[in-house]
Design a protein around this ligand. Sequence first.
Ligand SMILES: Cc1cc2nc3c(=O)[nH]c(=O)nc-3n(C[C@H](O)[C@H](O)[C@H](O)COP(=O)(O)OP(=O)(O)OC[C@H]3O[C@@H](n4cnc5c(N)ncnc54)[C@H](O)[C@@H]3O)c2cc1C
Ligand code: FES
Length: 323
Amino acid sequence: MPAIEFEGGQYESEPGESVLDCLTRHGVSVNYSCRAGVCQSCMMVAVEGKPTPVSQLGIRETLKAQDHFLICSCVPETDMTVAVPDRAGSLFETTVVSLDRLSADVIRLRLARPENYDYRPGQFLNLTNAAGISRSYSLASVPELDDFLELQIRIVPDGQVSSWVANGLQVGDSVTISQSAGECSYVPGREQQSLLLVGTGTGLAPLVGIARDALRQGHAGPIHLYHGSSAVEGLYLVDELSAMDRVHENFQYYPCVSRGAVPDGVRAGRAADLVLQDFAKLPGWRAFLCGREDMVKGLQKKIFLAGASMQDIFADPFIEAKD
Ligand SMILES: Cc1cc2nc3c(=O)[nH]c(=O)nc-3n(C[C@H](O)[C@H](O)[C@H](O)COP(=O)(O)OP(=O)(O)OC[C@H]3O[C@@H](n4cnc5c(N)ncnc54)[C@H](O)[C@@H]3O)c2cc1C
Ligand code: FES
């Protein structure tokens, strides 16, 4: 079986085992979160041996060319020597500009935008807490409209990073963020195309960025944004999105609640079900799906079966960190 060399140690891999699993099985401490090829926190560079194509999916072309890859999704085919990449240029120090509550358990965190920080609304970055643990958060701000980076973070009880944001961070504090990553963003062109944006919980964050960016860039086709929550208390930014709905003729906002009391103006049911009730056929549509992993993966399949092309479906499942 291929051997992995890392920081002077040699580790034998088992059949079908990823580089990450091999290193952690041998007790080596490395950075990771989702273990699913999404968050990019496990990125390393192959000093010797070639990364598999699947382990380079979604990473920047410049980094790909320098043999960077995701160790959680690389089952090595040959012996490899791997190293932690030089983080200079990919990590940024910035400061907290504001922190406020959007609902009982969602915090809006605004950070100063570092000089030369490039991103597209809807992409995500990794935020590192005081203990050095990183988690991914999507960007709700738009670089052409906002001079800050906006994250919307659901506080998970005892969550290592979200609880640290809620209880440990203050305006003016320094934090470390990664460069932006991911494909879930609006790319101009086909401006008459219908856009479908569906999110649960803080899956709204990237969708707000994408909708504002599409409108800013003159997207003329209809933009339908569904925000789902189990209870009405979980909806947030209702006034702001309702105002956008009134101002922009081609923007429709549908807050959806699946349990309990449903006030006027809010739809009863799960966002994913309501979308398919409203639009049974989706050929030619572009879709953005963000939030709970089961919703995103389930709806991705259904939207494809309703006629949307796989290339036009952009999905960011908010995969939890795995031990
Ligand atoms: C691409 C991407 C984008 C993301 N964008 C956002 C975003 O914009 N906003 C946002 O709030 N989150 C987002 N997430 C999720 C985020 O990265 C973290 O997983 C989340 O904040 C929990 O991290 P934590 O360190 O606070 O909790 P952890 O310490 O990782 O978890 C603590 C405990 O809570 C459980 N847990 C973790 N998440 C949840 C959950 N959602 N519900 C119930 N239990 C949970 C864990 O299983 C564990 O037992 C995104 C994830 C990905 C992969
Ligand atoms: S991409 Fe490897 S741990 Fe998330």
